[in-house]
Ligand binder design. Structure first.
Ligand code: PGA
Length: 240
């Protein structure tokens, strides 16, 4: 049985003061489900300090593909490990679309994270044009296969995030999610957790998590509101 995981992706939001309140509420409220928050780099130490010894893991949203050196502005996987990160997002569609990250870079980042003992959460997903053109499986397979060509998946996590559902309020239906998760499942095997991400809210989480190959969620906007994130965690727990 795969343990469900609910991971928050705070993106570029927050401040010391608002994070403090959010972390307090999560520490008090998360029960019975594995939960993580992927916070902006400057707040990793704050998250580590507050979450150490609690049931909530913390992680980052990006990592350098290089081990160390003259890479101004970059953050290495070893640094994330040093800060106690259990997870790091790799290949998020905003990285791919806004910063031109390639499949090969995602694969190198994935390997760098694993090499430092930080579990990658590899994000894959198609754009609306790609879906409309019937290319969803081809796209997610390409994004995943580049990684599998270089690394064993191990205890890494896969996240299916249709680009058209991210931050748009337009969620994939549970059936649409299951279709792609089922397809991805054949490639990564029964042991790997596959999260769904893209406009997951407290109102739709339970129906999505009820799908057999959905093992939790990667939550953007709703992870910034304690009550909403806790309700989503409760929906994941309710699945059993
Ligand atoms: P969203 O973001 O929940 O705000 O749609 C999800 C993500 O980008 O990981």
């Amino acid at each position: 049985m795969r343990a469900r995981l609910v991971a928050g992706n705070w993106k570029m939001h927050g401040s010391l003061a608002t994070n403090r309140a959010l972390l307090e509420a999560l520490v008090a409220g998360v029960k019975g489900v594995e939960c993580a928050v992927c916070v902006p780099f400057p707040y990793l130490a704050q998250a580590a300090e507050r979450l150490r010894g609690t049931a909530i893991a913390w992680g980052a949203q990006n990592v350098s593909e290089f081990a160390q050196g003259a890479y101004t502005g970059e953050i290495s996987a070893a640094m994330l490990a040093d800060l106690g990160c259990r997870y790091v997002l790799v290949g998020h569609s905003e990285r791919r679309q806004l910063y031109g990250e390639t499949d090969a870079q995602a694969a190198a980042k994935f390997a760098a994270a694993q090499g430092a003992g930080v579990r990658p959460i590899l994000c894959v997903g198609e754009t609306l044009d790609e879906r409309d053109a019937g290319r969803t499986e081809e796209v997610v397979a390409r994004q995943l296969d580049v990684v599998l060509a270089h690394s064993n998946f191990g205890d890494a996590v896969l996240a299916y995030e249709p680009v058209w559902a991210i931050g748009t309020g337009r969620t994939a239906t549970p059936q649409q999610a299951q279709e792609v998760h089922g397809f991805l499942r054949k490639r990564v095997g029964a042991a790997t957790r596959i999260l769904y991400g893209g406009s997951v809210k407290s109102q739709n989480a339970a129906a999505i998590f009820a799908m057999p190959d959905v093992d939790g969620g990667l939550i953007g906007g709703a992870s910034l509101v304690a009550q909403d994130f806790l309700a989503i965690c409760a929906a994941a727990q309710a699945k059993g």
